[in-house]
Design a protein around this ligand. Structure first.
Ligand SMILES: Cc1ncc(COP(=O)(O)O)c(C=O)c1O
Length: 425
């Protein structure tokens, strides 16, 4: 065809480094995948049973349900999260069930971001925030978390990565429409403190900005840290959309059930997008998530709760991976939450600056390609989580997912030990 085919909203966002890395890993034999964020072990038994029950039970679960969410799911989400957000949540007005948190984010951007609106994104960021802003016609405005000085020899921690309050304030203008928060953060694993959230909240209120907060890892916090939802802070419920994911909550990423919680004044616009795009999410998956939350509500806060047991288990996975990386001289940044940690590869970069690849390709990307091919390990370069002008500041970090079975983590140990001589600084 001679006509231009693709819509202009796709300009500049058609290349995904992720697709490239996943493809590369799939082409090599014997690569252990620590790149993508999913568990390689079974979900909890109660979730599997809930799914089996949804598939083999009530035949009406094979049919459409209510457009904005299967009623038992919107009901339990309202009562479960109402407590944390300090709100009386109406299942019909304040809850929307979506195709994963991804669907929730897309719906939110499409509903609220207009041509020329500025959207503040904290980097490093979950990579879809930038293209979703662009597709809605918005302009991304980036503000970086920066590493504050640490004592020599002390391990780096994700809580040392902070926003500079003056720089943050300077990003808010009369054109700012939305602030995108992600806590616990992917890829750093940073859990934002109350003080940090209060700063963001006061700026959003001062400049009349909506906060879209991606809290998919909210149950996955370690070392006694506490997740705080920004919507629970005074004056924030009415300007916040809180996004969650059943995939990350119950280790069922393939079910693709997510949700948005927020005030009706914002949610009614998300419903307009949803009814004119996705319309409905898979009923059986929603039913299984509803039953899993009902179970969790009964066990909440007790040793039998998955939200108690799972973070304990993955904290052990995190510690295993930290030890493994440190034993070969790498310097992981200790995360306080999420599925991920990043590790500093600058010692290796100093020793082997000339890995194959284009000269202008960020070092971390060349490193990961080389590591997949030569060392059988897959990670994700951290420069894929930052805006192009800032890539040079992050090109000596790579991200590993540690939510893996013990045997997978041991496979990593073996591969790293074989590689130790080259890695040690
Ligand atoms: C920060 C963050 N938000 C959203 C998502 C997407 O979640 P879902 O699989 O529920 O669409 C992910 C998935 O990795 C994520 O890391």
């Amino acid at each position: 065809m001679a006509k231009r085919l693709q819509a202009r909203r796709l300009d500049g966002i058609d290349h995904s480094p992720w697709v490239e890395f996943v493809k590369l890993a799939s082409e090599e034999a014997d690569v252990v995948n620590f790149g993508e964020g999913f568990p390689d072990f079974s979900p909890p038994e109660f979730a599997v049973e809930a799914f089996q029950h949804a598939v083999s039970g009530d035949f009406m679960l094979n049919q459409y349900t209510k457009a904005f969410g299967y009623p038992p799911l919107t009901k339990i989400l309202a009562s479960f999260f109402g407590k944390f957000l300090g709100q009386e949540i109406d299942p019909l007005k304040n809850v929307l069930v979506t195709v994963g948190a991804y669907g929730a984010l897309f719906t939110a951007f499409q509903a609220l971001v207009d041509e020329g609106d500025e959207v503040i994104i904290v980097e490093p960021f979950f990579y879809c925030y930038e293209p979703m802003t662009l597709m809605a016609g918005g302009r991304p405005v980036f503000v970086s978390l920066k590493l504050s000085p640490i004592q020599k020899g002390e391990p780096d921690s994700s809580s040392n990565w902070q926003l500079d309050p003056t720089e943050l304030a300077s990003k808010f203008t009369s054109r700012t429409k939305a602030f995108i928060l992600n806590t616990p953060n992917n890829p750093l694993g940073k859990v934002f403190s109350r003080e940090e959230l209060e700063l963001v909240a006061s700026l959003c209120q001062q400049h009349d900005v909506v906060c879209i907060t991606d809290e998919v890892y909210q149950w996955l916090v370690f070392d006694g840290f506490q997740h705080i939802s920004i919507a629970s802070l005074p004056g924030m419920w009415e300007r916040t959309l809180t996004i969650g994911s059943a995939g990350k909550t119950f280790s069922v990423t393939g079910w693709k059930v997510g949700w948005v919680l927020g005030p009706d004044s914002l949610m009614k616009h998300l419903r307009t997008v949803h009814q004119n795009s996705i319309d409905q999410c898979a009923t059986q998956c929603q039913a299984a998530v509803a039953q899993s939350f009902e179970r969790e509500q009964l066990h909440f806060g007790q040793p039998s709760s998955y939200f108690v047991q799972f973070p304990q288990y993955i904290q052990r996975c995190r510690d295993h991976m930290i030890q493994s990386l440190q034993s070969v001289g790498l310097r992981p940044v200790i995360p306080q939450g999420s599925y991920f940690l990043i590790t500093d590869i600058s010692d290796f970069k100093n020793k082997m600056p000339d890995l194959p690849g284009a000269a202008d390709e960020p070092y971390d990307r060349r490193f990961v390609k080389w590591m997949i091919k030569n060392k059988g390990l897959m990670a994700i370069p951290v420069s894929t989580f930052v805006s192009v002008p800032h890539q040079k500041f992050f090109d000596h970090y790579i991200r590993f997912c540690f939510v893996k079975d013990e045997s997978t983590l041991r496979a990593m140990d073996q591969k790293l030990q074989k590689w130790k001589a080259e890695l040690m600084p």
